[in-house]
Design a protein around this ligand. Structure first.
Ligand code: BES
Ligand code: MN
Ligand code: ZN
Length: 498
């Protein structure tokens, strides 16, 4: 793989802004703040900030930038950049501001920059969000361009806590860097085309990046998958010349209690043509990202090990292509899952739920007590929630609440969707235990109802990231391309009490 994202250096300092040893001092500035909100800053610029606020040249609107020299020679930074925060002072906003500032600083070839921690929340929480955001800005997706110089190196960063003597800052920044880097690794995998990232290659890379951090990994081949009876995964793989794999991750920290065991399951379709129920050509190239859920699981496992999570965690990623080869499954075919349930395949393009059914079963076999799966599962979730919100489904309100809270804190906004028993009707089959599709109505819900059958009553949550895994339009804090969604959520869960 061509080398992707650079690794960024982030130092930490507490104390007065005037003393920060940097070239460019970045300060979040919220709408309607008085010029005195950051003591001494306006005077250091010779009154330029007051002038810009008065004239409305700078109003603190979200992601607006205002650059001005620092004229007071007693200050070490040479320039200040105000980055508008709008009216929102959450750590989520601070993370986005840090990414926006990081992208801007890098584009302008800034050598040394400092980001001032401001906002609502503990200094540690905010400093972590800043480090995450600055690291996310280092993702570089144009890895196959041959004619262009590599992107400018990122500045050397300092995170500044203006009025704290905070020793937690260094740890918070280290956590934020790990979570940002693991998100970027997931983005690299999602960005990789289907011809280089085959199931075997995906398994190799995913296992390696987790193993490097101390996770036990195992890659099961098609013979072992068959021995386990995984007819759903094997069924989807039939249409492809590439054999499937099952990637298994185990984090077993010494002294961890026997339970709970967090079980993470990710969809690993390295390319989704739809199979015999083939997709239209328009935008089909985006289906190289259909392993984003699996990448999120692999990269979360790496973060969990690097952050030394206290609980046991199991990761399971079934991976295959979904192709329309001569031996491919056909509509009407019946497959038998490892759990023993039979499935009538109505649409071969509803392949994600098939491989996840076997994946969820295997996570239970390995002893998971709480399940979360992540998948680019349905176009219907994009209709329901758009490109900015992940669909959250589950069979246990307390577990859904936990996942939702952790996701929102991580900046992976998720919203709960209903799974009433009535929806089960839609996937009833005349010939088998269930069908793999439930018609047009409530498409993301019937997909989740299918998965629920394989949770077998364990607390289970499902994140449908079909809308959030890939940005089709650039935002100030997220360039076009893979987002790394769910990595920080899954890693965060390993630190929760449940
Ligand atoms: N990978 C797709 C879902 C998807 C669609 C992800 C758009 C990202 C953007 C999934 O395998 C799929 O094809 N789902 C079908 C299900 C249908 C056949 C019931 C869909 O959503 O159309
Ligand atoms: Mn599909
Ligand atoms: Zn798919």
């Amino acid at each position: 793989m061509p080398s992707a994202s650079t690794s960024v250096s982030v130092a930490c300092t507490a104390g007065p802004l005037a003393a920060v040893d940097t070239d460019v001092l970045i300060v979040p500035w919220f709408q309607d703040e008085a010029v005195s909100a950051v003591a001494g800053l306006d005077a250091a610029t010779g009154g330029e900030i007051a002038r810009a606020l008065d004239s409305k040249e700078f109003q603190g609107r979200a992601f607006d930038l205002f650059v001005t020299p620092i004229t007071d020679s007693a200050w070490r930074p040479r320039r200040v950049v105000l980055v508008g925060g709008g009216g929102e002072r959450s750590s989520e906003m601070i993370r986005k501001l840090a990414t926006a500032a990081g992208l801007a600083a890098r584009n302008r070839h800034v050598a040394r920059a400092a980001f001032t921690v401001r906002g609502n929340g503990s200094p540690a929480e905010l400093a972590q969000a800043v480090a995450e955001g600055l690291t996310l800005a280092e993702f570089h997706g144009a890895t196959y361009k041959t004619g262009e110089p590599p992107p400018p190196a990122p500045p050397a960063w300092t995170v500044v806590l203006p009025d704290a003597t905070d020793t937690a800052c260094t740890d918070a920044v280290a956590r934020g860097r790990i979570l940002g880097e693991c998100s970027n690794l997931a983005r690299d995998l999602a960005n990789e085309p289907g011809n280089t990232l085959t199931p075997r290659e995906f398994a190799k890379r995913a296992a390696a990046l987790a193993a490097e951090a101390g996770v036990k990994t195992e890659i099961l081949d098609e013979t072992q998958i068959e021995k386990l009876g995984m007819g759903l995964l094997l069924g989807v793989a039939r249409g492809s010349a590439e054999p499937p794999r099952l990637i298994v991750f185990r984090w077993d920290p010494p002294g961890a209690p026997a339970s709970p065991v967090l079980g993470l399951v990710g969809k690993g379709i390295t390319f989704d043509t739809g199979g015999i129920s083939i997709k239209p050509a328009d935008r089909m190239e985006l289906m190289k990202d259909d392993m984003s859920g699996g990448a999120a699981v692999a990269c979360a496992m790496r973060a969990i090990a690097q952050l030394k999570a206290p609980m046991r965690v199991i990761g399971v990623v079934p991976t295959t292509e979904n192709m329309p080869g001569g031996r491919a499954i056909k509509p009407g075919d019946i497959l038998k899952s490892a759990a023993g349930k039979t499935v009538e395949v109505i649409n071969t393009d509803a392949e994600g739920r098939l491989i996840l059914g076997d994946g969820l079963w295997y996570a239970r076999q390995l002893g998971a007590t709480h399940l979360v799966d992540v998948a680019t599962l349905t176009g219907a979730v994009v209709v329901a929630l758009g490109k900015v919100t992940t669909g959250l489904f589950g069979n246990n309100d307390a577990w859904i609440d936990t996942v939702r809270r952790v996701a929102n804190r991580a900046g992976d906004r998720a919203w709960p969707m209903p799974l009433f028993d009535d929806y089960r009707e839609q996937i009833k089959s005349d010939i088998a235990d269930m069908m793999n599709t439930g018609g047009r109505a409530a498409g993301s819900i019937t997909a989740a109802m299918f998965l629920k059958e394989f949770a077998d009553g364990l607390p289970w949550a499902h994140l449908d990231i079909a809308g959030t895994a890939w940005a089709e339009e650039a935002k100030p804090y997220l360039p076009k391309g893979p987002s790394g969604v769910a990595v920080r959520t899954l890693a965060g869960l390993a630190f929760e009490k449940f």
